[in-house]
Design a protein around this ligand. Structure first.
Ligand SMILES: *Cc1c(COP(=O)(O)O)cnc(C)c1O
Length: 472
């Protein structure tokens, strides 16, 4: 594709994306295709001869779009948001255009140095502690996902607790990891991947009212494991659980971790970005004093296209010691000088995209003010929705709901969970809106997550009306 051809098709593609956003509301929110339907419309074999790009765009409209669930639809209230935004899309396009592979500083200094700048900016915007900054002992890095961040935190924790023995000899003792039943499943997966093993993931009790981790039970489990000769290695505290956005008491959990010498990873994948608003910074109480690592996703609620997960370390040394390795083909004077950061040592893969570019575009386009406004608007809409649920005696509202997620449940005779699920499915099948569910205390609860910049008050109102009507 020549630069002139690229220019022509590139314009078409940008127009396509602009039209998509202008008309996104006309699509059913959740794709209505049946399993295999998309695949059946695509050729079984790759083309032998090249095809005109127009054909790709034609199939995009005819075959793929019907098989797309529209995450940017204003009536998408499922899971958590995965916001896209104009500046993020353009930043990503520029990153693709440069085609840089930023594995070490020398393979593209700007890729590394811009990343350092934006993660330090983000630490400042979220009010995170000074020692998370790259010019201190800590530092931040952009990961592909919170799951990778958890894996990196586990590797760093194993490094620290074993004095490097795990990296050289492998796991020779029983290591334990602590979560609650509401901790994201990526922690259990990380435990499997690093060799801690699923059986050594200890489930700490939660307070039945707040669903937050019980620090006394955590301490008791750690004491029990120590007595049995195990090596307590990592505790994960969550700020904003995936199920209900419950918050673990980070400070109290952190005090236990400090006293016991256990790594504290704070998973704030969804909710952490809310701290751009000073009035929501209370969620990070205890992080500055106790967190060894902290993760939040710009790619959920902060207007930055997937993938863009931010991980900070209070001390980057254990992570780098765990992951650094220098094959001959990567030797270069900049690395040898020790003056530069090589982010390959801060993540699992070697290669890395120029992800900082899209976050930088977002930060510059919106400014701190614009980001705060986005969080405040969506939190406000969620609060309004919660108010309507509270006023309708046919529904039960789960409190509290400090972010963009509202959990609620239709009050049905005999707590008929299957019926709740069916009500939700019929709403989702209508294509008019999309919401998902979870279980709290064994009961099915509906989740309504507001977070898209496309969502206006009228959408939330219409969704609530539709939910009410579904009750018959
Ligand atoms: C979404 C979520 C994750 C996983 O995020 P990925 O970036 O998709 O790996 C982890 N923890 C919490 C609390 C989440 O809400």
């Amino acid at each position: 594709m020549s630069p002139e051809e690229f220019r022509a098709f590139g314009r078409q593609v940008v127009d396509w994306v602009a039209d998509y956003y202008a008309g996104v509301e006309s699509h059913p929110v959740r794709s209505q295709v049946r399993p295999g339907e998309v695949r059946a419309q695509l050729p079984a074999h790759p083309p032998e001869q090249g095809e005109p790009f127009e054909e790709v765009l034609r199939d995009l409209d005819a075959v793929l779009v019907p098989g797309v669930t529209h995450w940017q639809h204003p009536n998408f209230f499922a899971y958590f948001p995965a916001n896209a935004s104009g500046p993020a899309i353009l930043g990503d396009l520029l990153s693709s255009g440069l085609g840089v592979q930023g594995m070490v500083w020398a393979t593209s200094p700007a890729c590394t140095e811009l990343e350092t700048v934006v993660v330090d900016w983000m630490a400042e915007l979220l009010g995170l502690p000074e020692h998370f900054r790259t010019d201190a002992v800590g530092g931040g890095v952009i990961q592909d996902s919170a799951s990778s961040a958890a894996l990196v935190a586990c590797l760093a924790a194993l490094q620290r607790v074993s004095g490097g023995a795990v990296a050289s000899k492998g796991i020779t003792r029983r290591h334990t990891l602590y979560v609650s039943e509401h901790t994201h499943s990526s922690l259990a997966r990380a435990a499997r991947m690093v060799g801690i093993g699923a059986d050594n993931v200890r489930i700490v009790d939660v307070d039945p009212d707040t669903l937050g981790m019980d620090p006394a039970h955590l301490d008791a489990l750690i004491a029990e494991d120590l007595a049995a000769g195990a090596v307590p290695t990592l505790v994960c505290a969550t700020i904003g659980t995936t199920s209900t956005t419950a918050i673990d008491p980070v400070r109290a959990v952190g005090e236990v971790c400090r006293a016991r010498g256990v790594w504290l990873h704070v998973d704030a994948a969804y909710a952490g970005v809310a701290a751009v608003c000073p009035e929501l910074r209370w969620i990070n109480d205890g992080v500055a004093e106790f967190a060894d690592s902290y993760c939040t996703n710009a790619h959920k609620w902060l207007l930055t296209n997937f993938d863009c997960s931010l991980l900070w370390m209070a001390d980057r040394a254990p992570m780098i010691d765990a992951l650094s390795i220098l094959p001959e083909y990567l030797r270069n004077p900049a690395t040898a000088s020790g003056e530069v950061i090589d982010y390959r040592d801060w993540q699992v893969p070697l290669g890395r995209r120029f992800r900082a570019l899209k976050l930088w575009s977002v930060l510059r386009w919106y400014g701190a003010e614009g980001l705060r406004e986005h969080i405040r608007t969506t939190v406000g809409l969620a609060q309004e929705f919660a108010g309507w649920v509270r006023e309708d005696p046919r529904f039960e509202l789960l409190e509290p709901h400090p972010f963009g997620l509202v959990c609620f449940r239709p009050l049905l005779p005999e707590q008929d969970d299957e019926r709740v699920y069916q009500l939700m499915e019929s709403l989702n099948e209508s294509g008019e809106l999309y919401l998902t569910h979870t279980k709290v205390d064994g009961r099915t609860v509906l989740r309504f997550a507001v977070g898209s910049p496309q969502t206006e008050r009228r959408h939330v109102q219409a969704a609530w009306k539709r939910i009410q009507e579904s009750m018959g």
